[in-house]
Design a protein around this ligand. Structure first.
Ligand code: URA
Length: 187
């Protein structure tokens, strides 16, 4: 096993046993998965019903769309790393609370430090605002932001794209720009 995978396994153990975390004991841990040597991480909001059941990120309807979008740019799911800012499902899929986001923050930070992606594609406004607190999803999706040593590429949440063809069109367009974004990040 590689060094990064070993560090992530250790981190997963720590988060699993951290009883101080909100939603501990109420929902399963959905830590994240994918290629630990990837150049790009996708970060969503929080697990939903199916993610909680399967303990894997983005495996419901939104995940199916994400998979299709990834395949459409020849970057299948197994080539990227996918996780969420909050790693347990909030009850009834409600929006994550700011204290939940804050509580899980040290773990996400560590996860990013271990993987060291060049680009983080955020899915939805919660994840975008985690990195870019003043950004507005309607204005800033599909724009590339340089944050210290990393690029942040805000995308609409695929669940929002399932509810609106306008959002779906925008999301497809932004996905089509991803190969160029990755090239730029590596330059
Ligand atoms: N929505 C998210 O934000 N994350 C998931 O893992 C699934 C749906």
């Amino acid at each position: 096993m590689g060094e990064k995978q070993a560090q992530l396994d250790q981190l997963k153990k720590e988060i699993k046993n951290d009883k101080t975390l909100p939603l501990f004991g109420e929902a399963n841990l959905v830590f994240g998965e994918g290629d630990v040597n990837t150049k790009i991480m996708f970060i969503g909001e929080a697990p939903g019903f199916y993610e909680d059941q399967q303990m894997r990120p983005f495996v419901g309807q939104a995940g199916k769309l994400l998979d299709e979008l990834l395949v459409s740019i020849k970057l299948p799911r197994e080539f990227v790393y996918i996780t969420n800012i909050v790693k347990r499902r909030p009850p009834q899929n409600r929006d994550p609370l700011s204290e939940e986001i804050a509580a899980y923050k040290p773990y996400l930070k560590k996860q990013i430090q271990i993987i060291q992606p060049q680009v983080i594609a955020t899915l939805g406004r919660f994840s975008m605002n985690y990195f870019l607190p003043t950004a507005k999803i309607s204005q800033d999706h599909g724009k590339l932001f340089h944050l210290k040593t990393i690029y942040i590429y805000p995308l609409y949440h695929p669940a929002a794209a399932l509810r609106s063809t306008m959002v779906l069109d925008a999301l497809k367009k932004d996905f089509n720009k991803l190969p160029l974004v990755l090239k730029k990040a590596q330059a």
